[in-house]
Design a protein around this ligand. Structure first.
Ligand code: NAD
Ligand code: TYD
Length: 358
């Protein structure tokens, strides 16, 4: 691992991963290829300007010729593919872009790697694909958690497109011998998450005294992982993961959405004692549910724990507090995003016609 191509590195998890690697492995050279969609934000990487071990390239993973030229020019030996369309609600309102980026884009990236790395084995190159627990579908209350042998059963256009990309990555290993690994992770949260996702949206709306929109009954269950823990797990897979293998990564907690929101409002009540919107829980508003909304996700992380001794280091309480403190001290970062016209029109599209569920 000397020269790494990170795709989607201007997004939430990718930018956290870049910050981690620059600190942990100062000898490696990083190239960040990102199309800068609405979710890509170069402010996430400002501190790296001028760092000669870091190069940013604006471009699409679906541009195979561009990817091939980058692989050759920068003598890339490792690709970590974060680039994707990632928001389930957006996939419901506009699925085709999800197919373009997550399926065709990943296909082009794989094809560029196959052509450029022809004849090179797992001792010298690696393609790591970042995926999600959502590819496995929805669990009933008493079902055991997902494991590496769970059947794929995606329910949203987002998870279906991620499932397709996982299958392509696996097929390139079996058909062409491309040295790949895949990781499927649960919901992440932490610094630099785009404020359309549940946790940053709730924090932001609390600070502004806006309603906290809870889909349906709010009793859907997610497994939440602090982003730093996810980035540590990815690094371990790159260093120690067995080629051709999938690793599940999770936070080992399964709160309902309502529990998460109540934890956020309670922390804000405590650390912003002079807020005019206290108690923040009064801002909760039940709205029409997401169509096809998965009820529950949970992960069995015995494989990654057994092979590398990895487990999450942040409890949910500690991670939420760290996240809230980060957003409180980065209000200019949020302001720059939410003042964009695109953000306003997204909020209108997704929430204006949802109404009050009660
Ligand atoms: P994000 O939406 O914050 O960022 C995605 C990044 O990809 C953006 O910078 C965007 O500009 C870039 N991008 C989009 N299309 C591109 C294209 N065609 N070419 C190049 N760049 C492109 O996403 P995230 O939350 O950081 O997620 C990163 C990866 O992790 C995704 O593959 C996602 O499926 C996966 N994942 C996310 C979570 C989560 O909770 N956020 C959980 C599990 C897995
Ligand atoms: P989200 O952050 O969109 O992640 P995902 O759908 O990929 O799990 O949503 C997390 C959960 O929060 C999910 O069950 C949907 C719910 N949710 C709301 O109740 N209200 C909201 O405004 C949003 C964005 C999500």
């Amino acid at each position: 691992m000397k020269n790494i191509l990170i795709t989607g590195g201007a997004g939430f998890i990718g930018s956290n991963f870049i910050h981690r690697l620059i600190k942990e492995k100062p000898e490696v050279k990083l190239v960040n290829l990102d199309a800068l969609t609405y979710a890509g934000n170069l402010d996430n990487l400002k501190s790296l300007e001028g760092n000669d071990h870091y190069t940013f390239i604006k471009g699409d993973i679906g541009n195979q010729a561009l990817v091939e030229s980058l692989l050759l020019k920068h003598e890339i030996d490792t690709i970590v593919n974060f680039a994707a369309e990632t928001h389930v609600d957006r996939s419901i309102l506009g699925p085709i872009q999800f197919l373009n980026t997550n399926v065709v884009g990943t296909g082009c990236l794989l094809e560029a790697a196959r052509k450029t790395w022809r004849g090179r084995g797992s001792d010298s190159v690696r393609f790591h694909h970042i995926s999600t627990d959502e590819v496995f579908g929805s669990l009933a209350p008493n079902d055991p958690p997902f494991s590496e042998s769970s059947q794929y059963s995606p329910n949203s256009p987002y998870s279906a497109s991620k499932a397709a990309s996982d299958h392509l990555v696996r097929a390139y290993y079996h058909t062409y011998g491309l040295p790949i690994t895949i990781s499927n992770c649960t919901n992440n949260y932490g610094p630099y998450q785009f404020p359309e996702k549940l946790i940053p949206l709730m924090i932001m709306n609390c600070l502004k005294g806006k309603p906290l929109p809870v889909y349906g009954d709010g009793r859907q269950i997610r497994d939440w992982l602090y982003v730093e823990d996810h980035c540590e797990a990815i690094q371990l897979i790159l260093e120690k993961g067995r080629v051709g293998e999938t690793y599940l990564i999770g936070g080992e907690n399964q709160p309902t959405n309502l529990e998460i929101i109540h934890q956020i409002t309670a922390i804000l009540d405590e650390i912003v004692p002079n807020s005019p919107f206290r108690p923040h829980a009064n801002l909760i508003q039940y709205v029409q549910d997401r169509p096809g909304h998965d009820r529950r996700y949970a992960m069995d992380i015995s494989k990654i724990r057994g092979e590398f001794g990895w487990s999450p280091t942040y409890t949910l309480q500690r991670g939420l507090r760290a996240t809230i403190e980060w957003y409180l001290s980065h209000q200019d970062w949020i302001k720059a995003l939410v003042e964009k016209e695109e953000f306003g029109s997204w909020m209108k599209n997704n929430y204006a016609n949802r109404g009050d569920a009660k």
